[in-house]
Design a protein around this ligand. Structure first.
Ligand SMILES: Cc1cc2nc3c(=O)[nH]c(=O)nc-3n(C[C@H](O)[C@H](O)[C@H](O)COP(=O)(O)OP(=O)(O)OC[C@H]3O[C@@H](n4cnc5c(N)ncnc54)[C@H](O)[C@@H]3O)c2cc1C
Length: 433
């Protein structure tokens, strides 16, 4: 979309309160708006689905209160003067899997996280669904990596000794007349997007596999390659294996600022001293925008979405054994992942999540309306779901960017090392009993 067209659209909506300019190859929105919803909508107006031009949000918003990042109380100089080859910022699934991969090479790797443990943000609070990539079109990097990653899960989880089950996923439909259209869609996914195992199954087949699903379902899309994994277990296992292979993990260590020289990072300031890394990898989740900004590399903006899940008792786990959701054809313009019901590797059920836009990156309080929303929606998939089985809701913000594709950089060079195996465990910490 051209800048002129974007500005025309913005003017029509906000009457000159916001305008778009081009800066460093990015569309930057400037101006003043009353609510966060307006800000997200304005940025969405400027973003095109598969555009490689990112949208940066510089809009001042009346509703947004200052919510500084939660910082560790620890202050020492334990890392002062360190000169690692690679500094990874963030101990979520992205950071720890990069650390493990890089530990194949003879590199001095230091991973820092501001929290007192790993996986305390999105990576420890998600559904643990290994997606099939059914809702993503070929050509996007997300489609490429989800398909590649999905195929790698069985081997990686075996190497790391973490539970992984390819339980399959059903997208259920209650309007029979949609079947020919959905059949064409499945064919398209197969031929064009390479999701070869996707198939259409009848209502009878669905109910044979999952007898407790809504009786009115006429057919479903079946995605056998979907699976589930313990999200925090996998994150911790990746990190442990990286450490066994020589990487170092420093917890309670927050990156606070960076010194730059000729556009390059010279040093990184933390609450535990100044680090002088050769290479910095930004894996800071919802804070990755802030880290990029410290490095003078502001080319995207995060708009976090709060997601609430209910964790049901294990006895509810017997009601279904896969991942499922109802597909309703509505005119809703909300950008939602939709949510569903998932049988976890620990045999609980997870119901949700919803997806609510928020500017708060670390507010994990639970709201009644979110719980009511996820139950109301998912009872249509499985009517015998009951709030009485609810154990504890988990909530977290996930990161979305306004437009643009996400990219991952590869490090090459050095001699490849064989990874040491992670010693087998007798049992791993389970979810709710
Ligand atoms: C409710 C919900 C459900 C989801 N369900 C699924 C699902 O089923 N399947 C799926 O594939 N994905 C799912 N996701 C998305 C998935 O959780 C995220 O994509 C993934 O966890 C992101 O991992 P990450 O390592 O990039 O970020 P994070 O896990 O957020 O890790 C970033 C880390 O960086 C640290 N950090 C930030 N700033 C600093 C700093 N300045 N200094 C030091 N450390 C810092 C943080 O403490 C944090 O530990 C879900 C997300 C949510 C919220």
């Amino acid at each position: 979309m051209s800048l002129v067209r974007i500005n025309k659209k913005l003017y029509a909506r906000y009457g000159g309160a916001v305008r778009a300019i081009l800066r460093d190859g990015c569309i930057v929105l400037q101006g003043h708006l009353p609510t966060w919803k307006d800000v997200v909508d304005a940025c969405q107006t400027a973003a095109t689905k598969y555009s490689t031009t990112h949208v940066v949000n510089d809009i001042v918003c009346d509703e947004v209160k200052d919510t500084p990042m939660r910082l560790p109380s620890l202050h020492d100089d334990a890392l002062d003067g360190r000169k690692p080859d690679v500094l990874i910022i963030g101990g979520g699934i992205s950071g720890v899997s990069i650390a493990r991969e890089l530990s194949r090479w003879k590199l001095d790797i230091l991973l820092v996280d501001k929290e007192p443990d790993l996986a305390l943000q999105a990576s420890g609070r998600n559904d643990g669904e290994v997606h099939p990539g059914i809702d993503l079109s070929k050509g996007s990097l997300k489609h490429h990596y989800i398909r590649k990653g999905n195929a790698m899960y069985a081997q990686v989880c075996k190497e790391l000794d973490v539970p992984f089950r390819r339980v399959g996923q059903y997208v259920c439909f209650n309007k029979g007349y949609l079947k020919p259209l959905v059949a064409l869609y499945c064919l398209w996914r197969k031929q064009h997007d390479g999701i070869s195992d996707t198939k259409l199954i009848s209502g009878e087949e669905l109910h044979r596999a999952e007898p407790n699903f809504g009786e009115e379902f006429k057919f479903a899309i079946s995605n056998p390659s979907s699976g589930c994994v313990c999200p925090y277990g996998l994150t911790i296992a990746y990190a442990e294996n990286a450490v066994q292979n020589g990487a170092e993990v420093a917890l309670n260590t927050a990156v606070l600022s960076m010194q730059l020289e000729n556009g390059k990072i010279k040093s990184v300031e933390t609450n535990r001293g100044t680090i002088y890394p050769h290479l910095v990898i930004n894996a800071a989740g919802v804070f990755s925008e802030d880290i990029a900004k410290m490095a003078g590399d502001r080319f995207f903006s995060i708009h976090p979405r709060r997601g609430t899940n209910s964790i049901l008792d294990k006895k509810a786990g017997a009601f279904m054994h896969s991942i499922a959701s109802i597909k309703e054809i509505t005119r809703s313009k909300t950008h939602s992942k939709g949510g569903g019901i998932l049988h976890t590797v620990h045999d609980n059920l997870l119901v949700g999540p919803d997806a609510v836009e928020t500017y708060e990156k670390e507010n994990v309080a639970t709201r009644r309306e979110s719980i009511e929303h996820v139950f109301a929606k998912q009872k249509k998939t499985m009517p015998r779901l009951s709030e009485r089985d609810d154990h504890s809701p988990r909530r977290c913000a996930r990161h979305r960017r306004h437009g643009g594709r996400y990219a991952q950089k590869r490090n090459s060079g050095g001699k490849e090392r064989r990874l040491l195996p992670r010693p087998a465990r007798r049992s791993r910490t389970a979810g709710n009993e």
